[in-house]
Write a protein that binds this ligand. Structure first.
Ligand SMILES: NC(=O)c1ccc[n+]([C@@H]2O[C@H](COP(=O)([O-])OP(=O)(O)OC[C@H]3O[C@@H](n4cnc5c(N)ncnc54)[C@H](OP(=O)(O)O)[C@@H]3O)[C@@H](O)[C@H]2O)c1
Length: 335
């Protein structure tokens, strides 16, 4: 390896505008310590919501002072190993999910933190940690069962399209919301039972007319009026998992005045439950194994958005693209 330096993207200042918050820096490639591996990242997953909140300084559980590194999941190839590393060889493909490890051309990590995979393909970034979040949110927080009605919002997105399939695999009737015909086509291919394009159909009206008994489990990641509609349409003992609220990430938080939420929940014994993967880390290894197994045995289809983003310089555009709501499947950039 003749290269001596590499590029990474980091936050130079807190700013609600991701592009203004970040800069590219060039730094020396470090040698792995005895238990570490050096990875050349080939693809990184884009988490436009998380990236934006991080750069706004709006994540109460992470208190980072700039400059700090960005990006989470990446898939790449091992290019050097520490002398005590037994589980990896040079050339192995590996997925990593360390915060700060994604938006950089090279990374050094403890060998225990890498997941060895068959090939360094972008499809794997739909599984770890995105698909894992979907699985843990549905099962551990949403207490997913069978023969229930499950609603997934942003269903054709990176997280949503995995949630749809996991809910189907568990034997549920699955409703998915999306905003375009291309996304509806993907959801049809994934076996979604009722696809609601919210630009052409009224979500609240359809839920009330077609699901008068309400929705048992809701995987909600959009927020604002979509969240309100979902709460309103919960079934008796229904569970709504707050996976995210992407409609508010790029804007100031909307202040609302209405009666307190217990007026909606109490009489139905329904519940709204927050989810954050960072608080469920212990499930990561088992969930990753299960998802990899489902994927390698063709029981889980994965969708990578076809829009090309190449090179570290493309990351702000990729974040902007994801936040614009156009993507179909997981947004990924190529190094
Ligand atoms: N809690 C956790 O630990 C955790 C982990 C992973 C992801 N998440 C959350 O899961 C959600 C999805 O994340 P992702 O990275 O997989 O993104 P994504 O779903 O691939 O992309 C975002 C999608 O959200 C939908 N959307 C609806 N209203 C929107 C609006 N006003 N602005 C922007 N997008 C809107 C768009 O699809 P449609 O217009 O078709 O609906 C868009 O394609 C986010 O809320 C994210 O924060 C949470």
């Amino acid at each position: 390896m003749n290269l001596k330096t590499y590029k990474k993207l980091r936050a130079k200042q807190l700013n609600p505008d991701f592009k203004s918050a970040v800069e590219i820096v060039e730094i020396p490639i470090s040698k792995p310590a005895v238990n570490e591996i050096l990875i050349q990242n080939k693809f990184a997953g884009i988490n436009g919501g998380f990236d934006t909140l991080l750069c706004r300084g709006d994540l109460p559980y992470i208190n980072l002072i700039p400059p700090f590194d960005l990006g989470v999941e990446a898939v790449g190839e091992v290019v050097a190993i520490g002398e005590n590393v037994k589980d990896f060889q040079i050339g192995d493909a590996v997925v990593t999910t360390a915060r700060g490890g994604g938006y950089r051309e090279y990374q050094v990590i403890d060998a225990n933190l890498g997941v060895k995979v068959q090939e360094a393909t972008p499809e794997l970034l739909t599984l770890m940690p995105t698909g894992v979040s979907a699985l843990v949110a549905l099962e551990k927080v949403g207490e997913m069962k069978s023969n229930e009605v499950v609603l997934v919002t942003a269903a054709a997105g990176g997280t949503g399209h995995i949630a749809v399939q996991l809910a189907k695999l568990a034997g549920n009737h699955v409703i998915g919301t999306c905003s375009s015909e291309a996304k509806a086509k993907l959801l049809r291919e994934l076996g979604c039972d009722r696809i609601i394009n919210y630009r052409t159909e009224n979500l609240n009206q359809i839920l009330k007319e077609e699901y008068p008994n309400g929705i048992n489990l809701i995987f909600e990641s959009v927020g604002k009026e979509v969240f309100d509609t979902c709460v309103e349409n919960l079934a008796v003992r229904g569970r709504l998992v707050v996976v995210g609220f992407i409609s508010e990430y790029a804007h100031n938080v909307e202040q609302i005045t209405q009666s307190r939420i217990y007026h909606q929940l109490s009489w139905k014994a329904s519940s709204v439950r927050g989810f954050l993967m960072a608080h469920y880390k212990e499930y990561m290894p088992e969930a990753s194994d299960r998802l990899l197994n489902l994927y390698y045995t063709d029981k889980l289809k994965v969708a990578v958005d076809p829009t090309q983003f190449q090179g570290i310089e493309s990351i702000p555009d990729a974040v902007q693209y994801l936040l614009s709501g156009q993507n179909c499947g997981k947004v990924v950039m190529k190094f």
